[in-house]
Design a protein around this ligand. Structure first.
Ligand code: PRX
Length: 624
C-alpha cells in the first residue's frame, strides 16, 4: 500500500493514536487525558483534559529558539509602509494589546469583534484575544453596517477593535461610520470600541465608548500578560459564514484541536519550515486568513506576510517582489488572483528571483486548467489545489506532499486528507456512490480536530444544517457536489445550496435577496450565481418592482442598498428589473432556470413552471 493510503487509513481506523501523535507538534500546559470523546455525535471533543493556548503556540513558544527571527511582515502598498516584527517584538505588541483588553474588563470567554484592515494591529488583536482566552469574531472589512450589526447581535461582543479606515487602490475606505451605524442598528451594545487611528480620514468619537489605541498602548508599554491556560475544548473564535438562509452562521472553533490540526497541515500539506516565510494573499476576515495568515505559519515558527493592497499596485510584480525580498517559501492564494495576474505583462514574473519559493497553494474556488497551467508555466513551481471550507478550517482534499508525492490531476484538488473520512453520497437516498458518479461530498463523523465544534449558540442548527442534510445517514454535508475517479481523486462541481463563490469570497444569495428586498420599490427578487471568466462567479439579481413606473434608476438604487447594508463585496454584477419571475405551480422561484439563461444555457425541463412565457420575457430584457 502507498504511504498515503497507510497514513490516511490509520487516521480513520485509529484516530486516538494518530492524533495523539500529531498533538506532539504543539506545546501543552497540561497533557490531555483523552484524545477523542465522541459519546454525543456529532459533537466531537478533541484532547479532553488538555490545556494549551493558541497565542502561546504562535508566539511565546518560539521565544526560546528564535526570538529575533522574523515573525510578522506588515506590508501596505496603500500607505507605503513595510514593517517587520520579530517574535520578540510581536510578543511585546500582543502583550500590550492584551493588557488593553484586560484593562477594559475583557476576560476569558468574552467575545471581541475585530473589524479591521490588513494591518499589524489586526494580528496583535487576534493573538491578544487568544492570549487572554477571549473569543474573537473577525468580520471582513468589505462588509457593511447590516452585516456587522447581525454579527454584533449574535456574538454579543464586550469590545470591538477597529480602525478608522482601510485603503484600497489608493483610496481610503472609511470603516468607522459603518461601525457606528452597525452599533446603532444592533440591539447589543459593546462596552468599548478601540480604534487604531491611521490618520487616513477624519472621524467622530463617541465619548465614553471609543478608545484610542495609541493612547491606551502607551499606558501598557511594559505589559506582561500571561497566556490563559485554556481547555483544549474551549472556543477560540467565531467566524461567520453564509449558508442557505439569510442569517449567517457563526462557525465556532476550539483551541487544542485547531492548534494541532494547523501544525499538522503545515507539515504534511503546506510543507513550511520554522524560520521560513509564508505569504498568504487572503484577508484576515476569511478562514484562509485565520488559518494561514495568522495561526498556521506562526504556530509553525514561520514568518507571515500581511499585505494590504491589490496585486496590481504599484505594478503587477508586487507579490513576486515580496517573495524575493522575504524569501517566501510557501505561497497561498486564490485562483481569481492568478487569473487577474495572468492578464498582466508576463515580464513581471521573470523580473524577480523566485528561487526561495517551493510551491503555490490555491484554494477557495475551482481551479481551472488554463489558470493552473499558466501559473505553473510562469513560476515553474508546483501549483497545489486544496479544497476546504470555513467550517473545516483546514484542507479536506489535497495532495499531501509531506506524506507522499502523488501525481497531480487537472481539475482535482486531490485525495482525502488524513482525518477526513470523505464520502460521495446520493443526495436522494444517502447511498454511497462508486467511481465517476456525481454526488454530495460528505464526511463521516467524527470531524477531525480543528473543524467547527458547533454553530455559535445554536447546537440544534449545527445538527440540523450540517448533519441532517443527506437523507438516511448522519453525515456532515459540505453542500458541494463532487465526483471521484477510480484512483480516489475528487473533483468538486459546485454547491448544492444557495451559496455562491465570487472571486473566492463565499456569499449567500439569500442574504443579497433580503437586502435588495428592503428597497421600498422592490416587490420580489431572486439572486443567482452566474459564471464569470475572471471571478469564477458573480451575483446577478432579477427583481420585480412594486411601482413599474419608477424603474429608471432602480438598478443603481438597489446596488446602493446592497453596498450600504452588506458591503461592496456582496454587490451583484447586475440587477435586472423584470415584471415576473419563473415559478413552479406551487409558487417556488425556479432559480436554476434564471441561472441557465444568464449563462446562456438551455434551462432544461420547464414543465413544472406555471407561466412558460416568463423566461422568454427575461431573456429579452437581458438581451440574450
Ligand atoms: O464550494 C467550495 C468552494 O468554497 C466553499 C468554501 O468556501 P469558504 O467557506 O469561504 O472556505 C474557503 C476555504 C479555502 C466550498 O464549499 N471551494 C473551496 N476550495 C475549493 C472550492 N471549490 C473548488 N475547489 C477548491 N479547491
Amino acid at each position: 500500500m502507498s504511504a498515503y493510503k497507510t497514513f490516511h487509513e490509520r487516521s480513520i481506523k485509529d484516530p486516538q493514536s494518530f492524533w495523539a501523535e500529531q498533538a506532539q507538534l504543539i506545546e501543552w500546559f497540561k497533557p490531555f487525558d483523552q484524545v477523542l470523546e465522541y459519546s454525543k455525535p456529532p459533537f466531537a471533543k478533541w484532547y479532553v483534559g488538555g490545556k494549551t493556548n493558541l497565542c502561546h503556540n504562535a508566539v511565546d513558544r518560539h521565544l526560546k529558539t528564535q526570538a529575533d527571527a522574523r515573525a510578522l511582515v506588515a506590508v501596505s502598498t496603500e500607505t507605503d509602509q513595510e514593517k517587520v516584527y520579530t517574535f520578540k517584538e510581536l510578543h511585546t505588541e500582543v502583550n500590550r494589546m492584551a493588557a488593553i483588553l484586560k484593562d477594559q474588563g475583557v476576560a476569558k470567554g468574552d467575545r471581541v469583534l475585530i473589524y479591521m484592515p490588513m494591518i499589524a494591529e489586526a494580528c496583535f488583536a487576534m493573538l491578544a484575544c487568544a492570549r487572554i482566552g477571549a473569543i474573537h469574531s473577525v468580520v471582513f472589512g468589505g462588509f457593511a453596517s447590516h452585516s456587522l450589526a447581525s454579527r454584533i447581535d449574535d456574538a454579543k461582543p464586550k469590545m470591538v477593535i477597529s480602525a478608522e479606515a482601510g485603503a484600497r487602490g489608493g483610496k481610503a475606505v472609511p470603516y468607522k461610520p459603518l461601525l457606528d451605524e452597525a452599533i446603532q442598528l444592533a440591539t447589543h451594545k459593546p462596552d468599548h470600541v478601540l480604534i487604531v487611528d491611521r490618520r487616513l480620514v477624519e472621524f467622530t468619537k463617541v465619548v465614553g465608548r471609543d478608545l484610542d489605541y495609541a493612547t491606551e498602548r502607551a499606558k501598557h508599554m511594559d505589559a506582561q500578560v500571561p497566556c490563559e491556560h485554556m481547555d483544549a475544548t474551549d472556543p477560540s473564535y467565531i467566524l461567520y459564514t453564509s449558508g442557505t438562509t439569510g442569517k449567517p452562521k457563526g462557525v465556532q472553533r476550539d483551541t487544542g484541536g485547531y492548534a494541532v490540526a494547523l501544525a499538522a497541515s503545515m507539515k504534511y500539506i503546506y510543507g513550511g519550515q520554522a524560520g521560513e516565510t509564508m505569504f498568504t494573499t487572503s484577508d484576515i476576515g476569511w478562514v484562509v486568513g485565520h488559518s494561514y495568515i495568522i495561526y498556521g505559519p506562526l504556530i509553525n515558527g514561520m514568518a507571515t506576510i500581511m499585505y494590504e493592497g491589490t496585486p496590481l499596485r504599484p505594478d503587477a510584480g508586487i507579490w513576486w517582489k515580496l517573495v524575493q525580498d522575504y524569501k517566501v517559501s510557501v505561497m497561498f492564494s486564490a485562483p481569481t488572483a492568478a487569473r487577474v495576474l495572468k492578464k498582466q505583462d508576463p515580464a513581471f514574473l521573470t523580473k524577480y528571483d523566485l528561487s526561495s519559493l517551493r510551491s503555490i497553494f490555491l484554494a477557495g474556488e475551482p481551479l481551472d486548467e488554463p489558470t493552473a497551467t499558466w501559473l505553473h508555466g510562469a513560476v515553474n513551481k508546483p501549483i497545489v489545489d486544496n479544497y476546504w471550507q470555513t467550517e473545516t478550517g483546514w484542507p479536506m482534499l489535497a495532495l499531501q506532499r509531506g506524506v507522499e508525492v502523488m501525481p497531480h490531476k487537472f481539475g482535482s484538488p486531490g485525495v482525502p486528507v488524513y482525518g477526513y473520512n470523505m464520502k460521495l453520497l446520493d443526495d436522494a437516498t444517502g447511498a454511497e456512490l462508486g467511481a465517476d458518479q456525481k454526488g454530495v461530498v460528505a464526511i463521516e463523523g467524527p470531524l477531525p480536530p480543528g473543524c467547527m465544534q458547533t454553530v455559535w449558540g445554536d447546537d440544534e442548527r449545527f445538527v440540523k444544517t450540517y448533519w441532517q442534510a443527506v437523507p438516511g445517514k448522519m453525515v456532515y454535508s459540505t453542500f458541494d457536489w463532487g465526483i471521484k475517479d477510480k484512483d480516489g481523486y475528487f473533483f468538486i462541481l459546485g454547491r448544492t445550496d444557495d451559496v455562491i463563490n465570487v472571486a473566492g469570497h463565499r456569499l449567500g444569495t439569500r442574504e443579497i435577496e433580503e437586502s435588495i428586498s428592503s428597497h421600498p420599490n422592490i416587490a420580489e427578487v431572486a439572486v443567482v450565481g452566474v459564471e464569470d471568466k475572471l471571478k469564477g462567479q458573480v451575483a446577478v439579481g432579477f427583481a420585480i418592482p412594486k411601482d413599474a413606473n419608477k424603474t429608471e434608476t432602480l438598478e443603481a438604487e438597489v446596488m446602493k442598498t446592497v453596498d450600504s447594508q452588506l458591503g461592496a463585496v456582496a454587490r451583484p454584477a447586475r440587477v435586472y428589473i423584470v415584471n415576473a419571475l419563473p415559478k413552479t405551480r406551487s409558487g417556488k422561484i425556479v432559480r436554476r432556470s434564471l441561472q441557465a439563461i444568464a449563462e446562456g444555457r438551455d434551462p432544461g425541463d420547464l414543465s413544472t413552471m406555471e407561466d412558460q412565457t416568463v423566461l422568454a420575457q427575461i431573456k429579452t430584457i437581458m438581451g440574450k
